[in-house]
Ligand binder design. Structure first.
Ligand SMILES: [Zn+2]
Ligand SMILES: [Zn+2]
Length: 64
């Protein structure tokens, strides 16, 4: 066996590689449509929310 285990489940084979972090993930840990793991999707959502908050602050202070 040359395949690495999933980074989250040591018992599962990490046959899918995330496009963002490059880690091995099993089928339970990766979104197959985008080939991005759920931890990267979660981080992306947080980053988008932070950017939206910053933009809304800029918009409010720009208007007032
Ligand atoms: Zn990832
Ligand atoms: Zn897994």
């Amino acid at each position: 066996m040359t395949q690495n285990p999933c980074v989250h489940h040591e018992d599962n084979v990490g046959e899918h590689t995330c496009r963002l972090c490059g880690k091995n993930h099993c089928i339970e840990c990766i979104h197959l449509g985008s080939r991005i793991c759920y931890s990267c999707i979660y981080k992306g959502i947080i980053i988008i929310m932070v950017i939206m908050v910053i933009f809304s602050y800029v918009a409010w202070y720009g208007l007032l």
